[in-house]
Design a binder for this molecule. Structure first.
Ligand SMILES: N=C(N)NCCCC(=O)O
Ligand SMILES: [Zn+2]
Ligand SMILES: [Zn+2]
Length: 320
């Protein structure tokens, strides 16, 4: 039987013919998911910030990242790939999440992510606060088993509860570990720094399955050393990449809710992500972008470029 050939992916309109600032924003001016027959990668917004412990505003993150992604161009010379030519990437819009009921919100995110994934798409989620990583990991682990979480963040996010609440942006990875969603030999934080509640936080964190490449380790070992440790830890496990934009120094990402001094530069983060090539990435998020605290789109642009590097890695990983 003759098979109909897979249609060429639809990319963004040519920016030399359609102004970048025209039209409602989709990520990188890519098509909406209802404009394509199928998607290899779906961009999903999660406008939710009811889990934050300090400054709010991440509910406006997805729209801001989309607006800040209009200048991205089709060819990525740093990875020698044109991601839109290799993958059908489409914008699936935003999940309608209950801002008043965290339990229901977590359930809604799991359901919506599972539905997008059931059509065969890898999901790149734009947050939203870090609470959203838990339901995404629940969805992924049902198909992939225990996941290696590669977690870029100033914070551990393996704390227990806030005001007795189990679902918050400081607790997703403790819940995930307790629920058996994580490969305890292969999870890793990158870029952590700053004050903790107690020194036992680090003992708890290690017990929950995480190794650590601190922000200060970049000073000593450089990006190359960080990438070597990252690849050794992740091995060939299914990897979920969770990027809290506050992993960047506040100079590189002021628009976030719980900023900590002494962070990575955007160049260090982008270069570290390029080191993911060849690994088995099953999903990713970019969270904690809070536009009310941003200036001149600094944080939105950083997040858009982070997404672009991740999409380039996914494109390079696709068998020809
Ligand atoms: N930004 C995230 N995801 N977590 C921050 C937790 C801050 C705190 O417990 O003080
Ligand atoms: Zn953080
Ligand atoms: Zn976080």
């Amino acid at each position: 039987m003759s098979q109909s050939p897979t249609p060429a992916p639809i990319g963004p309109p040519d920016a030399t013919r359609v102004p970048r600032y025209a039209e409602p924003a989709t990520f990188a001016r890519l098509p909406r998911i209802d404009q394509v027959s199928r998607a290899d990668v779906a961009i999903v917004g999660v406008p939710f910030d009811s889990g934050v412990s300090y400054r709010p505003g991440a509910r406006f993150g997805p729209g801001h990242i989309r607006a800040s992604s209009k200048l991205l161009r089709p060819y990525n010379p740093a990875q020698d790939v044109s991601p839109w030519n290799v993958l059908q990437v489409a914008d699936a819009g935003d999940i309608a999440v209950n801002p008043f009921d965290l339990g229901e919100a977590v359930q809604q995110i799991d359901t919506a992510i599972t539905e997008v994934r059931s059509d065969g798409a890898t999901v790149l989620t734009l947050g939203g606060d870090h609470t959203i990583a838990l339901p995404i990991l629940r969805s992924l682990s049902r198909d992939h088993g225990p996941i290696a979480v590669l977690h870029f963040d100033a914070h551990l996010d393996t704390w227990n509860t806030y005001f007795g609440a189990p679902y918050t942006h400081g607790t997703p990875f403790r819940r995930a570990s307790e629920e058996g969603l994580l490969d305890l030999e292969r999870c890793l934080h990158m870029g952590t720094r700053g004050p903790l509640y107690a020194d036992s936080d680090l003992d708890d964190d290690a017990r929950l399955g995480f190794a650590v490449v601190r922000s200060d380790d970049y000073e000593v070992d450089g990006v190359r050393g960080a990438v070597d440790r990252m690849r050794a830890r992740l091995g060939d496990a299914p990897v979920y990449v969770s990027i809290d934009i506050d992993v960047l120094d506040p100079a590189h990402a002021p628009g976030t809710g719980t900023p900590e001094a002494g962070g990575l530069t955007s160049r260090e983060l982008l270069n570290t992500l390029r080191g993911l090539n060849g690994l088995n990435i099953v999903g990713a998020d970019i969270v904690e972008v809070s536009p009310p605290y941003d200036h001149a789109e600094i944080t939105g642009i950083a997040a858009a470029h982070v997404a672009y590097e991740l999409l380039s890695v996914l494109a390079k990983g696709r068998p020809a």
